[in-house]
Design a binder for this molecule. Sequence first.
Ligand code: FES
Length: 524
Amino acid sequence: METGVFMEGKKNDFRDPPSPYWLASIAATDYPDLDRDISVDVAIVGGGIVGITAAYLLKEEGLKVAVIEADRILQGTTGHSTAKITSQHGLIYARLQKEMGEELARQYADANQSAIGLIAELSRKHHIDCDFSWRPAYVFTQSERYITDIEDEARVAAQLGIEAEYLREIPLPFAVQAALRFDGQAQFHPVKFLQALAEKIPGQGSAIFEQTAAVHLEEADGAVVVARNGHKVTASRVIIASHYPFFDGGGLYFSRIYQDRSYIVAVKIREAFPEGTFINAESPTRSLRSQNDENGELVLVAGEHHKSGHGGNTDTYYQNLVDFAAQTFTVEDVLYRWSTQDCMTVDGVPYVGNLTPQSPHIYVATGFGKWGITNGTAAAMVLKDLIVKGDNPWAQVYNPARLTLPSVKSWFIQNAHVAKDLITGKLQGLQENTEIPRGEARLVEIDGQRIGAYRDEEGQVHCVDTTCTHLGCELRWNAAEKSWDCPCHGSRFTYEGENVEGPAFLPLHHLEEEANQVEARIFS
Ligand code: FES
């Protein structure tokens, strides 16, 4: 367990690396890597909630599947979520009804309600010990400005058949202006649940391969996934479930998705936490749920967010959450903290379906907009049906080729920002001061080259070329995660240059000679 960092009345020292509770509380898996060429019915790139659930459902249909994961399964966004199982995605249904029409809003609601049902059914059927419990979900506001929005959401939720009740108070220790409770919602430990589901996948021609990065996809009569180690998976169908699609295939996903980071702290409080999951409607986001741990009850406090690569001093976000928790409860300790990165689409609805209209053998699932537990499960259900039956009742709302007026407007805004980041990044100033405190990074210039230099806690300097290997934007330092992050499409790299998040999949140039020069400057 991470050492507690809560110090009453003081700024917290977040020097220990972030550690998500979901991954710290269970051992990682150890599936083999791909060491030969293979053929299956469906190849699935990405071992998160979509990949594992889709593989399980397709194998149940009698198909041979292969899950190919670059790291260990469930270590990405799935292992960093709040793991609420809910169709209440903040305030969404009134907006969907207005922008996409009632039929598509209903599809979205049905898909996410059905995802709750599937998770409940599978955990019951397989007796999975995953801390599943039914909890009402509350969205609330403390601002008068959002009362009408909550009233609208209540009205549309009723029209869509969601079991919901409008309220003036909630069981948290502060007053609210309005709230909406969805019943029949839940929470769980996502890694315990999905590791158990993953155990059902290997055998009868199906398999999971870890530490096998897919780097290319060829579509012909079927498709071939090529791994970095040169081995190939030939399949009649391929699902790209790699969080950010590792292969664009002409779908221009990099222009239709942006990545957003948000933060979570897990605190121990003196009071008992009320039954329910909670989120506010306004900014900054404050999202809460509890989780039973061997040491008692944890309260997960999530929120704060910024576009990836745009966070400034990212430690501030953890501090803001700790401050909110301390203002709301009697906080005894902060036991875990972590951040997560989500793919956001230009109209706020995921892309699930054929990668492009010209790709009959390749499917994608991405852009879950911070609600990947139910949207990801629904995506697996949609893709299973598309592959097995050729259609699904929710395929239209998730169709990656859809075009709506709000999405076109948002596309222009998003890409104007990317163009600005590309230009301003090249012009951003280099630091004159060569002094680099331990645990911090600076942009320095050596022989006319812009270099990112990080000095670790032992004093060793690590230098990289800060040109993003995706499309060449200049990276920015993320102090909380000790990573170089791209402001354009959200790729992230360790201080040694290893790729952490896509769309880039090539590492940065690691510059050893330059690191020696920076160290010499520091000690001269
Ligand atoms: Fe696209 Fe960096 S992620 S340029």
